[in-house]
Design a protein around this ligand. Structure first.
Ligand SMILES: NC(=O)C1=CN([C@@H]2O[C@H](COP(=O)(O)OP(=O)(O)OC[C@H]3O[C@@H](n4cnc5c(N)ncnc54)[C@H](OP(=O)(O)O)[C@@H]3O)[C@@H](O)[C@H]2O)C=CC1
Ligand SMILES: Nc1nc(=O)c2c([nH]1)NC[C@@H]1CN(c3ccc(C(=O)N[C@@H](CCC(=O)O)C(=O)O)cc3)C=[N+]21
Ligand SMILES: [Mg+2]
Length: 294
C-alpha cells in the first residue's frame, strides 16, 4: 500500500505557450497605438533546418503583431566581411529597430565580432557587451530574450522571488549568465553551476528555483529536485528518430520524473521556447520606442 504521506500531487505545468500568446496580444494592442511600425531584421547564415524553422516562426509572429519583418538569408559560404557589411547597413536603416543575427554562425565567421558590430540600441537579443554590462550594473538594458521569458514566467507564478534560492545549471552568455543577473536583481540567492561543478545533484537539491540550460537531454533527474521546487527547463534537444521514425523534442530535465517531485515545471515544447520569441518582439517594441523617442 502507498503511504499517503509520500504521495505528492503532480507539479503545476507552467504554460509558456499560453503566456506568450497573451504577451503577443498585449504587444499587438500597443503597436496599434504607436503610429509607426517597429521593424525587426533577422539575419540567417547557412541552411541549418532547425534555425530555418525558428527564423520562419519569428517572421510570422513579427508580422502577426503588426511589425515589419526583414529577413536576410545568406549562404553558409558568405564571408565575414559581407556579414559585417550587412549589419552596418541595418544599423543605418531607419526602418530597422531591432537586429537579430541567428546563432550559431559558421566557424569561419567570428560571432563576437558580428555581435560587437550591432548597434547596442538595436541589439534586441541583448548579446552586445554594452547591454550585458548594463544588465550587470543595473542600468537600463536590452535583456536576452530567453532569460527574460523565464523571469516573466517565474514572476507570474510566484509574485515576489525575494529570498529564494536559485540554482542555474549552465553559464553561457546567452542564457545562464544573464539569467543569474535577472534573478539576482529579483533578490534571489543565486548559484551558477557548470560542467566543472562538483556534486551537481546536491547543488540542484538546494534550489527553490532550478533553471536548466545545459543542452543535455533529460540530464536533470527527479531526485535532483527539492520537493515543491519550481523547475524552468530551457533545453531544446531533438532526439534522433525512434523505431517508428519519430524524433522527439526534450528538455534538459527528465520531465516524467521531475513532474512527480517539483511544485511547478515548464514543459518542452510549450514552455520557455515560445516565451523567447514573444520577448524578442517585446524587446523590438522597447528598442523602437527608445530610438524614436516615444
Ligand atoms: N528555449 C529557448 O528559447 C532556448 C533554448 N536553448 C537551449 O538551452 C540549452 C543551453 O543553451 P546554451 O546556453 O546556448 O548552451 P551552451 O552550450 O552555450 O552552454 C551550456 C552550459 O552547460 C554547461 N554544461 C554542459 N554539460 C554539463 C554537465 N554535464 N554538467 C553541468 N553543466 C554542463 C556548460 O558548462 P561549461 O561552461 O563548463 O562548458 C555550459 O555552461 C540548449 O539545449 C539550447 O538548445 C538555448 C537558447 C534559447
Ligand atoms: N541570435 C539568436 N537568438 C536566439 O534567441 C536564438 C538563436 N540565435 N539561436 C538558436 C536559439 C534557440 N532559440 C529558440 C527559440 C524558440 C524556440 C521555440 O519556439 N520552441 C518551441 C517549439 C520548438 C520546435 O517544435 O522545434 C517550444 O519550445 O515549444 C526554441 C528555441 C532561440 N535562439
Ligand atoms: Mg534569445
Amino acid at each position: 500500500m502507498t503511504n499517503p504521506a509520500t504521495v505528492r500531487p503532480q507539479a503545476t505545468r507552467i504554460d509558456g505557450k499560453a503566456f506568450a500568446e497573451k504577451l503577443r496580444a498585449r504587444l499587438a494592442a500597443e503597436i496599434a497605438t504607436l503610429g509607426f511600425q517597429p521593424g525587426l531584421a533577422v539575419v540567417l547564415v547557412g541552411e541549418d533546418p532547425a534555425s530555418q524553422v525558428y527564423v520562419r516562426n519569428k517572421a510570422t509572429q513579427t508580422v502577426e503583431v503588426g511589425m515589419r519583418s526583414f529577413e536576410h538569408k545568406l549562404p553558409a559560404s558568405v564571408s565575414e566581411a559581407e556579414v559585417l557589411a550587412l549589419v552596418t547597413r541595418l544599423n543605418a536603416d531607419p526602418a530597422v529597430d531591432g537586429i537579430l543575427v541567428q546563432l550559431p554562425l559558421p566557424p569561419h565567421i567570428d560571432a563576437d565580432k558580428v555581435l560587437l558590430t550591432i548597434d547596442p540600441a538595436k541589439d534586441v537579443d541583448g548579446f552586445h557587451p554594452v547591454n550585458a554590462g548594463r544588465l550587470a550594473t543595473g542600468a537600463q538594458a536590452l535583456v536576452p530574450c530567453t532569460p527574460l521569458g523565464c523571469l516573466m514566467l517565474l514572476q507570474d507564478f510566484h509574485g515576489s522571488l525575494a529570498g529564494m534560492e536559485a540554482v542555474i545549471v549552465g553559464r553561457s552568455n546567452i542564457v545562464g549568465k544573464p539569467m543569474a543577473q535577472l534573478l539576482l536583481k529579483a533578490d534571489c540567492t543565486v548559484t551558477i553551476a557548470h560542467s566543472r561543478s562538483r556534486d551537481l545533484p546536491a547543488l540542484c537539491r538546494r534550489a527553490d528555483i532550478l533553471v536548466a540550460a545545459v543542452g543535455r537531454p533529460e540530464m536533470v533527474r527527479g531526485d535532483w529536485i527539492k520537493p515543491g521546487a519550481t523547475v524552468i527547463d530551457v533545453g531544446i534537444n531533438r532526439l534522433p528518430p525512434d523505431e517508428h521514425g519519430k524524433s522527439r523534442l526534450v528538455g534538459d530535465v527528465h520531465y516524467g520524473e521531475a513532474v512527480q517531485v517539483a511544485g511547478a515545471i515548464t514543459p518542452v515544447p510549450g514552455g520557455v521556447g515560445p516565451m523567447t520569441i514573444a520577448c524578442l518582439l517585446h524587446n523590438t517594441v522597447t528598442a523602437a520606442k527608445a530610438r524614436r523617442g516615444v
